[in-house]
Design a protein around this ligand. Structure first.
Ligand code: FUC
Length: 764
């Protein structure tokens, strides 16, 4: 099926100068962009609300008797740092660790509290708790400042001397907690017995003078509100807390991952923030956060006002039970993924793990690790399209940091090969555990290329991305097997996580990811020039790779041998990598394979784990079926409270705090879903920008502003009655631009820094 495009010869372009990303989005109000609840959270996983600044993350409960603020630092890991043994165990790999909690005891009996509301405003990244108690109106405001690397909590009231209670800090390990009584600062200092040292400091400000230290004989476990060492305040006008935490983790294999003790840095953060004060910190926080968050807006339609007034929990219940039409909740969920990524992935720290940076356990499920066979990659699917390129950087830095250690591991396992790859479970220091995932590093490499494809920073491509792409190609040059007929296959592939089958040749998942790696590297070599021989070699090898093929029941084959079971509802759909996030299969260029992908997807079914549903939103968007994507989206915004691990289809969806349930909580489903919205509304993987490629009939009217397309473009799209009405394209890099909608094409040169309004040409 050839798509017939015709070139519009006459089109109208309005040049708007000076329109930049930063001033296009003030369109979704805080009201529309808030999660809110009528009761304090009881359960960490399903109810508490997350804030974070990249390195620090916290979950807030909004308690009135006791408030609990559970916090994390993204580099606090147990386990070993260095690949010391041949057969690593899960214990060697360790796990991401919980750090500690702040508790504030106010003793406001919730039964006597009125007008209670706790909320999280995605526009400002502020968590707010408000209520009335004994004639006093109480407000608790909390935010995580990225510029200051602190978490700030401020309690105020409309009457003086309203606060009497205790505050204390806990530690989830055997750290020592001390209190500098004079300066009202808590310290928790410890080490993980693996070389990693950590420290947190909590500065307390109260207005009353009657502050005293309180000791208890009971040891705090970090889970229960037992003050080991508390600070008691009496009749204070307000309570302000400033927390910072850090470790000596250094993202450098050569230094054995060890840097400075965090004491100086944490002290500096808390001192500087204390000096600044909450108001100045807030101004700084808003400028930083909104610069990222404010770039994109989603208007997917209006929710009925009677529904809009309800709490997030009630809306989720209505969405599930009454099949309510709630496009504002859907837009909120799209933005939540952006909020979460901004809050747990900032340059200078580790990437988002399985739970982003929100973890209350020292034995989190799957170690709270970096899973290479879908999860870590999915976390970063929205990074570029949802206009958060900066938030992609921690993943890229992480990949860079793995090179040497992974090359050692790879040679131990694969023998005499160049380059490197990884296993399925990975920690912060490149310790790899469980099944080898041979194409894992090539999948990571896709992200390095995509960061260039959207951002067009040639220096980055030359100095950071290309050397890594190239060395991963070297791994495949050495590891691929050439058959007698010249075909290149992987010798030992495994389609994740199909336990029934032993490793074998030419598994589709491997072949497609290698194809993607070679394609990206070839394009990178073209951009940079000067590596002709290598480029030619890759072109030849790509040609010889075993390609995706159609099986006996019309499915896209998962293995070379046609053994796919039509009753297989496995959550992984690895053989469709080429459809998304890859670009080898598309409706336009490979229609038969796209059709086969549909057959496979239909057989797999829509019901599966959280992340699997999110992936399927993206697949159907690439297949141009917006209604099916929408169905999957509804399947994902499915209120559940299941917290045990289930691999099948039950318990998957979202918790009342909108965090994705695998189950249990796993952040990939949130982030993959946000990527899905972007793919439904715009795609740019096929050398053109496709507008509204998979618009569902549930969103007849709306707009999306600030999405990012490959080639360095930012796009605003408006539609009515399911049809495009307005498009504005902002060119960041000045590359030529090709836009398509419904078979119509607009092509033009662009100038960097200019915006183009395509009014008539595409709409007719
Ligand atoms: C992969 C998936 C599981 C889970 C785990 C963290 O192994 O198959 O469903 O998401 O990663």
């Amino acid at each position: 099926m050839e798509k017939t495009f015709w070139l519009i010869n006459v089109f109208f372009i309005t040049l708007i100068t000076g329109l930049t990303a930063q001033n296009i989005n003030k369109e979704q109000s805080s009201e529309q962009l808030s999660l809110w609840y009528e009761q304090p959270a009881k359960a960490w996983m399903t109810e508490a609300l997350p804030i974070g600044n990249g390195p620090l993350g916290a979950m807030l409960f909004g308690g009135t008797e006791i408030e609990r603020i559970q916090f994390n630092e993204i580099s606090l890991w147990s386990g070993d740092r260095m690949p010391i043994k041949d057969d690593l165990t899960e214990e060697d790999m360790g796990a991401h660790q919980a750090f500690g909690d702040i508790y504030i005891r106010l003793g406001h009996d919730f039964n006597k509290v009125t007008n209670y509301k706790r909320s999280l405003d995605l526009n400002t990244a502020i968590h707010l708790v408000e209520y009335d108690y004994m004639g006093v109106h109480y407000v608790q405001k909390a935010f995580a400042s990225h510029p200051g690397n602190v978490i700030v909590v401020q309690l105020t009231a409309d009457k003086p001397m309203a606060f009497t209670g205790d505050v204390w800090l806990t530690d989830m390990h055997d750290g020592k907690i001390t209190l500098d009584e004079k300066n009202k600062r808590f310290y928790s200092v410890g080490d993980m017995k693996n070389g990693f040292e950590y420290e947190s400091q909590l500065q307390v400000f109260t207005s009353g003078e009657k502050l005293k230290m309180k000791r208890s004989n009971q040891q705090s476990s970090g889970m229960e509100p037992v003050p080991f060492l508390g600070l008691n305040f009496i009749k204070s006008d307000s309570v302000t807390l400033i927390l910072s935490a850090g470790t000596n983790f250094k993202q450098d294999f050569k230094s054995e991952w060890l840097g400075e003790h965090p004491h100086a840095k944490v002290t500096e953060n808390v001192d500087a923030a204390s000096l600044k004060g909450v108001d100045a910190l807030l101004v700084e926080h808003l400028a930083d956060y909104q610069n990222l968050f404010g770039r994109v807006s989603f208007d997917l339609g209006k929710t009925d006002s009677s529904l809009r007034e309800k709490s997030t929990l009630k809306r989720l219940q209505a969405y599930k039970m009454d099949n309510s039409f709630d496009p504002e909740l859907e837009a909120l969920f799209a933005q939540y993924g952006r909020y979460l990524l901004i809050s747990c992935s900032r340059p200078g720290s580790l990437p988002a793990n399985l739970q982003g940076n929100w973890n209350n356990s020292n034995l989190p499920v799957w170690a709270g690790d970096y899973h290479s066979n879908i999860n870590l990659e999915m976390n970063y699917w929205p990074a570029e399209t949802a206009n958060l390129g900066e938030c992609h950087v921690p993943f890229i830095d992480y990949v860079s940091s793995l090179r040497e250690v992974s090359a050692l591991n790879t040679r131990k396992h694969y023998g005499d090969v160049r380059g490197w790859t990884i296993q399925t479970m990975n920690n912060a220091t490149g310790l790899s555990f469980w099944k080898w995932n041979a194409p894992g590093s090539a999948w990571y490499a896709q992200h390095l290329w995509e960061h260039y494809a959207f951002g067009r920073d040639k220096d980055y491509l030359r100095n950071t991305a290309y050397p890594i792409l190239k060395e991963i190609c070297h791994f495949w040059e050495d590891h691929l097997v050439r058959r007698a007929d010249g075909t290149l296959v992987t010798p030992d592939g495994w389609s994740p996580e199909q336990y029934k089958y032993e490793p074998e040749e030419g598994v589709t998942y491997d072949q497609e990811i290698i194809y993607d790696l070679f394609t990206n590297t070839i394009e990178a070599a073209e951009v940079l020039g000067g590596d002709e021989a290598f480029k030619k070699k890759l072109i030849g090898m790509r040609e010889d790779l075993l390609k995706p093929a159609i099986g006996r029941w019309g499915q896209l084959k998962e293995w070379e041998i046609d053994k796919d079971d039509p009753e297989d509802h496995h959550r992984h759909v690895s053989h469709l990598f080429a459809l998304y996030p890859g670009r080898q299969i598309s409706v336009a260029k490979t229609p038969e394979l796209a059709e086969a992908a549909k057959v496979s997807l239909n057989a797999r079914g829509d019901e599966s784990t959280g992340w699997s549903r999110a992936w399927k939103i993206n697949f159907w968007a690439r297949l141009g079926d917006g209604n099916r994507s929408y169905k999957l989206l509804r399947n994902l915004i499915n209120l559940v409270d299941e917290t045990k691990t289930i691999y099948g289809n039950s318990g998957a969806g979202v918790y009342s705090n909108l965090l994705d349930s695998h189950p249990p909580f796993q952040i990939d489903g949130n982030l993959g879903a946000t990527a899905g919205y972007c793919e439904m509304l715009m795609q740019s993987h096929a050398d053109e920008i496709q507008l509204l490629p998979a618009l569902p009939s549930a969103w007849p009217e709306g707009s999306v502003k600030g999405l990012r397309a490959r080639g360095g473009f930012e796009i605003d799209i408006t539609w009515k009655e399911g049809k495009l009405t307005d498009v504005v394209i902002y060119s960041e890099s000045g590359l030529p631009c090709k836009v398509t909608y419904n078979g119509k094409v607009w092509e033009s040169k662009t100038k960097a820094g200019k915006s183009y309004t395509l009014n008539q040409s595409l709409k007719r």
